[in-house]
Design a protein around this ligand. Sequence first.
Ligand code: AP5
Ligand code: MG
Length: 201
Amino acid sequence: MDNTRPENTKLENQVIIFLGAPGAGKGTQAARLATEHNLLQISTGDILRDHIARGTELGQRVEPIMKQGHLVPDDVLVSMIGEKLQTLEPVRVIFDGFPRTLAQAEALDQMLLQNGTPLNSVLLLEVPTEELIARIVNRGISSERSDDNETTARARQQVYHDLTQPVVEHYRKQGLVQALEGRGSTNEVYARILEAVQTPA
Ligand code: AP5
Ligand code: MG
Protein backbone atom coordinates (compact mmCIF):
# COMPACT_ATOMS: atom_id res chain seq x y z
CA MET A 1 0.00 0.00 0.00
CA ASP A 2 1.23 3.48 -0.84
CA ASN A 3 1.41 5.31 2.50
CA THR A 4 2.51 8.56 0.86
CA ARG A 5 -0.96 9.04 -0.60
CA PRO A 6 -3.08 11.59 1.22
CA GLU A 7 -6.20 10.12 2.73
CA ASN A 8 -8.39 11.48 0.02
CA THR A 9 -10.89 8.90 -1.15
CA LYS A 10 -11.42 10.89 -4.33
CA LEU A 11 -8.17 9.36 -5.47
CA GLU A 12 -10.01 6.09 -5.66
CA ASN A 13 -12.67 7.53 -7.91
CA GLN A 14 -13.04 5.76 -11.19
CA VAL A 15 -15.60 6.36 -13.90
CA ILE A 16 -15.87 4.20 -16.99
CA ILE A 17 -18.52 4.57 -19.68
CA PHE A 18 -19.52 1.70 -21.93
CA LEU A 19 -20.85 2.85 -25.27
CA GLY A 20 -22.12 0.66 -28.06
CA ALA A 21 -25.31 -0.04 -29.95
CA PRO A 22 -28.06 -2.17 -28.42
CA GLY A 23 -26.81 -5.76 -28.19
CA ALA A 24 -23.12 -4.82 -28.33
CA GLY A 25 -22.40 -6.50 -25.00
CA LYS A 26 -22.29 -3.49 -22.66
CA GLY A 27 -24.30 -5.17 -19.92
CA THR A 28 -22.46 -8.49 -20.16
CA GLN A 29 -19.03 -6.92 -19.99
CA ALA A 30 -19.84 -4.14 -17.52
CA ALA A 31 -21.19 -6.67 -15.02
CA ARG A 32 -17.97 -8.69 -15.11
CA LEU A 33 -15.67 -5.69 -14.95
CA ALA A 34 -17.67 -4.26 -12.04
CA THR A 35 -17.48 -7.50 -10.07
CA GLU A 36 -13.80 -8.05 -10.67
CA HIS A 37 -12.73 -4.43 -10.08
CA ASN A 38 -14.92 -3.35 -7.21
CA LEU A 39 -16.95 -0.94 -9.29
CA LEU A 40 -20.68 -0.28 -9.30
CA GLN A 41 -22.42 -1.04 -12.58
CA ILE A 42 -25.10 1.54 -13.25
CA SER A 43 -27.34 0.20 -15.99
CA THR A 44 -30.07 2.69 -16.71
CA GLY A 45 -31.98 0.07 -18.69
CA ASP A 46 -31.97 -2.30 -15.68
CA ILE A 47 -33.07 0.51 -13.33
CA LEU A 48 -35.95 1.40 -15.64
CA ARG A 49 -36.97 -2.25 -16.10
CA ASP A 50 -37.00 -2.61 -12.32
CA HIS A 51 -39.43 0.32 -12.11
CA ILE A 52 -41.66 -1.39 -14.68
CA ALA A 53 -41.53 -4.68 -12.77
CA ARG A 54 -42.50 -2.90 -9.54
CA GLY A 55 -45.26 -0.96 -11.28
CA THR A 56 -44.04 2.41 -10.04
CA GLU A 57 -45.35 5.64 -11.51
CA LEU A 58 -42.11 6.02 -13.44
CA GLY A 59 -42.35 2.41 -14.61
CA GLN A 60 -45.84 2.99 -15.96
CA ARG A 61 -44.65 6.11 -17.74
CA VAL A 62 -41.61 4.54 -19.41
CA GLU A 63 -43.04 1.11 -20.29
CA PRO A 64 -44.58 2.09 -23.65
CA ILE A 65 -41.52 4.14 -24.58
CA MET A 66 -39.13 1.24 -23.98
CA LYS A 67 -41.41 -1.23 -25.71
CA GLN A 68 -41.11 0.84 -28.87
CA GLY A 69 -37.35 1.19 -28.51
CA HIS A 70 -37.49 4.95 -28.07
CA LEU A 71 -35.55 6.87 -25.45
CA VAL A 72 -36.92 7.93 -22.09
CA PRO A 73 -36.74 11.76 -21.70
CA ASP A 74 -33.38 13.19 -20.73
CA ASP A 75 -34.60 14.93 -17.56
CA VAL A 76 -35.69 11.57 -16.09
CA LEU A 77 -32.28 10.03 -16.68
CA VAL A 78 -30.26 13.04 -15.62
CA SER A 79 -32.01 13.38 -12.28
CA MET A 80 -31.82 9.61 -11.73
CA ILE A 81 -28.05 9.62 -12.25
CA GLY A 82 -27.56 12.86 -10.32
CA GLU A 83 -29.31 11.41 -7.28
CA LYS A 84 -27.34 8.19 -7.53
CA LEU A 85 -23.98 9.93 -7.78
CA GLN A 86 -24.71 11.93 -4.64
CA THR A 87 -24.91 8.72 -2.65
CA LEU A 88 -21.49 7.45 -3.73
CA GLU A 89 -18.23 8.18 -1.96
CA PRO A 90 -15.89 7.35 -3.58
CA VAL A 91 -17.44 7.36 -7.03
CA ARG A 92 -16.41 4.06 -8.62
CA VAL A 93 -18.85 3.37 -11.40
CA ILE A 94 -19.34 1.85 -14.80
CA PHE A 95 -22.10 3.50 -16.76
CA ASP A 96 -23.89 1.01 -18.98
CA GLY A 97 -26.51 2.63 -21.20
CA PHE A 98 -25.88 6.19 -20.08
CA PRO A 99 -25.28 8.77 -21.47
CA ARG A 100 -27.31 8.14 -24.58
CA THR A 101 -27.86 11.66 -25.92
CA LEU A 102 -25.66 14.70 -26.20
CA ALA A 103 -27.74 16.43 -23.52
CA GLN A 104 -27.15 13.52 -21.13
CA ALA A 105 -23.41 13.55 -21.87
CA GLU A 106 -23.16 17.27 -21.20
CA ALA A 107 -25.12 16.90 -17.97
CA LEU A 108 -22.82 14.08 -16.86
CA ASP A 109 -19.74 16.17 -17.69
CA GLN A 110 -21.11 18.91 -15.40
CA MET A 111 -21.94 16.50 -12.59
CA LEU A 112 -18.48 14.93 -12.66
CA LEU A 113 -16.82 18.34 -12.86
CA GLN A 114 -18.73 19.60 -9.82
CA ASN A 115 -17.79 16.46 -8.00
CA GLY A 116 -14.11 16.67 -8.95
CA THR A 117 -14.34 13.23 -10.50
CA PRO A 118 -12.43 12.59 -13.72
CA LEU A 119 -13.78 10.40 -16.49
CA ASN A 120 -11.20 7.64 -16.89
CA SER A 121 -12.31 5.63 -19.91
CA VAL A 122 -14.96 5.58 -22.60
CA LEU A 123 -15.06 2.14 -24.17
CA LEU A 124 -16.94 1.70 -27.41
CA LEU A 125 -17.92 -1.86 -28.33
CA GLU A 126 -18.25 -2.23 -32.09
CA VAL A 127 -20.37 -4.98 -33.63
CA PRO A 128 -21.98 -5.02 -37.11
CA THR A 129 -25.71 -4.26 -37.13
CA GLU A 130 -26.86 -7.65 -38.41
CA GLU A 131 -25.03 -9.47 -35.62
CA LEU A 132 -26.62 -7.09 -33.10
CA ILE A 133 -30.09 -7.84 -34.42
CA ALA A 134 -29.37 -11.58 -34.34
CA ARG A 135 -28.15 -11.39 -30.73
CA ILE A 136 -31.25 -9.51 -29.60
CA VAL A 137 -33.70 -11.70 -31.50
CA ASN A 138 -31.95 -14.78 -30.08
CA ARG A 139 -32.20 -13.45 -26.54
CA GLY A 140 -35.85 -12.64 -27.20
CA ILE A 141 -36.64 -16.36 -27.39
CA SER A 142 -36.28 -16.60 -23.63
CA SER A 143 -36.02 -13.06 -22.24
CA GLU A 144 -38.95 -11.13 -20.93
CA ARG A 145 -37.78 -7.88 -22.45
CA SER A 146 -40.57 -6.33 -24.49
CA ASP A 147 -37.95 -4.76 -26.81
CA ASP A 148 -36.21 -8.03 -27.73
CA ASN A 149 -37.86 -8.59 -31.10
CA GLU A 150 -36.66 -7.81 -34.59
CA THR A 151 -38.86 -4.77 -35.24
CA THR A 152 -37.93 -3.05 -32.00
CA ALA A 153 -34.30 -4.14 -32.29
CA ARG A 154 -34.10 -2.33 -35.62
CA ALA A 155 -35.80 0.76 -34.17
CA ARG A 156 -33.27 0.75 -31.31
CA GLN A 157 -30.37 0.61 -33.79
CA GLN A 158 -31.82 3.63 -35.60
CA VAL A 159 -32.22 5.55 -32.34
CA TYR A 160 -28.62 4.72 -31.48
CA HIS A 161 -27.46 6.00 -34.86
CA ASP A 162 -29.46 9.22 -34.61
CA LEU A 163 -29.15 10.13 -30.93
CA THR A 164 -26.24 8.22 -29.38
CA GLN A 165 -23.66 8.40 -32.15
CA PRO A 166 -23.21 12.13 -31.33
CA VAL A 167 -22.23 11.04 -27.80
CA VAL A 168 -19.41 8.99 -29.30
CA GLU A 169 -18.25 12.07 -31.21
CA HIS A 170 -18.54 14.20 -28.07
CA TYR A 171 -16.08 11.97 -26.20
CA ARG A 172 -13.93 11.44 -29.27
CA LYS A 173 -13.29 15.19 -29.36
CA GLN A 174 -12.09 14.89 -25.77
CA GLY A 175 -9.73 12.08 -26.83
CA LEU A 176 -11.38 9.63 -24.48
CA VAL A 177 -12.84 6.97 -26.77
CA GLN A 178 -11.26 3.56 -27.16
CA ALA A 179 -13.05 1.59 -29.87
CA LEU A 180 -12.92 -2.15 -29.36
CA GLU A 181 -13.89 -5.11 -31.51
CA GLY A 182 -17.07 -6.44 -29.90
CA ARG A 183 -17.21 -9.70 -31.85
CA GLY A 184 -15.67 -12.92 -30.63
CA SER A 185 -16.25 -14.80 -27.40
CA THR A 186 -17.19 -12.86 -24.29
CA ASN A 187 -13.78 -13.79 -22.85
CA GLU A 188 -11.99 -12.37 -25.87
CA VAL A 189 -13.95 -9.13 -25.66
CA TYR A 190 -13.30 -8.92 -21.92
CA ALA A 191 -9.56 -9.30 -22.49
CA ARG A 192 -9.65 -6.32 -24.88
CA ILE A 193 -11.56 -4.32 -22.29
CA LEU A 194 -9.05 -5.08 -19.55
CA GLU A 195 -6.19 -4.01 -21.74
CA ALA A 196 -7.99 -0.77 -22.67
CA VAL A 197 -8.80 0.09 -19.06
CA GLN A 198 -5.15 -0.43 -18.11
CA THR A 199 -3.95 1.86 -20.89
CA PRO A 200 -6.46 4.74 -21.02
CA ALA A 201 -6.65 6.83 -24.21
P1 AP5 B 1 -30.75 -0.83 -22.33
O1 AP5 B 1 -31.23 -1.76 -21.30
O2 AP5 B 1 -29.57 0.01 -22.06
O3 AP5 B 1 -30.54 -1.69 -23.61
P2 AP5 B 1 -29.63 -1.53 -24.89
O4 AP5 B 1 -28.33 -0.96 -24.70
O5 AP5 B 1 -30.48 -0.86 -25.92
O6 AP5 B 1 -29.45 -3.02 -25.35
P3 AP5 B 1 -28.96 -4.29 -24.58
O7 AP5 B 1 -29.03 -4.18 -23.13
O8 AP5 B 1 -29.73 -5.36 -25.26
O9 AP5 B 1 -27.44 -4.41 -25.10
P4 AP5 B 1 -26.06 -4.51 -24.36
O10 AP5 B 1 -25.08 -3.72 -25.13
O11 AP5 B 1 -26.18 -4.28 -22.90
O12 AP5 B 1 -25.70 -6.03 -24.62
P5 AP5 B 1 -25.88 -7.33 -23.69
O13 AP5 B 1 -24.68 -7.51 -22.84
O14 AP5 B 1 -27.22 -7.28 -23.05
O15 AP5 B 1 -31.95 0.14 -22.73
C1 AP5 B 1 -33.25 -0.33 -22.94
C2 AP5 B 1 -34.20 0.86 -23.08
O16 AP5 B 1 -34.23 1.62 -21.87
C3 AP5 B 1 -33.83 1.88 -24.16
O17 AP5 B 1 -34.27 1.49 -25.44
C4 AP5 B 1 -34.54 3.12 -23.63
O18 AP5 B 1 -35.91 3.06 -23.89
C5 AP5 B 1 -34.34 3.01 -22.13
N1 AP5 B 1 -33.10 3.67 -21.67
C6 AP5 B 1 -32.04 3.08 -21.04
N2 AP5 B 1 -31.07 3.98 -20.79
C7 AP5 B 1 -31.53 5.17 -21.26
C8 AP5 B 1 -30.95 6.46 -21.33
N3 AP5 B 1 -29.72 6.72 -20.83
N4 AP5 B 1 -31.68 7.44 -21.91
C9 AP5 B 1 -32.94 7.21 -22.39
N5 AP5 B 1 -33.52 5.99 -22.38
C10 AP5 B 1 -32.83 4.98 -21.81
O19 AP5 B 1 -25.83 -8.46 -24.82
C11 AP5 B 1 -26.88 -8.61 -25.76
C12 AP5 B 1 -27.04 -10.09 -26.09
O20 AP5 B 1 -25.86 -10.53 -26.77
C13 AP5 B 1 -27.18 -11.00 -24.87
O21 AP5 B 1 -28.03 -12.06 -25.17
C14 AP5 B 1 -25.74 -11.49 -24.63
O22 AP5 B 1 -25.71 -12.75 -24.00
C15 AP5 B 1 -25.22 -11.57 -26.05
N6 AP5 B 1 -23.77 -11.32 -26.12
C16 AP5 B 1 -23.01 -10.49 -25.37
N7 AP5 B 1 -21.73 -10.54 -25.74
C17 AP5 B 1 -21.65 -11.42 -26.78
C18 AP5 B 1 -20.59 -11.89 -27.59
N8 AP5 B 1 -19.34 -11.47 -27.45
N9 AP5 B 1 -20.88 -12.78 -28.57
C19 AP5 B 1 -22.16 -13.22 -28.75
N10 AP5 B 1 -23.21 -12.82 -28.01
C20 AP5 B 1 -22.97 -11.92 -27.02
MG1 MG C 1 -27.76 -3.75 -21.64
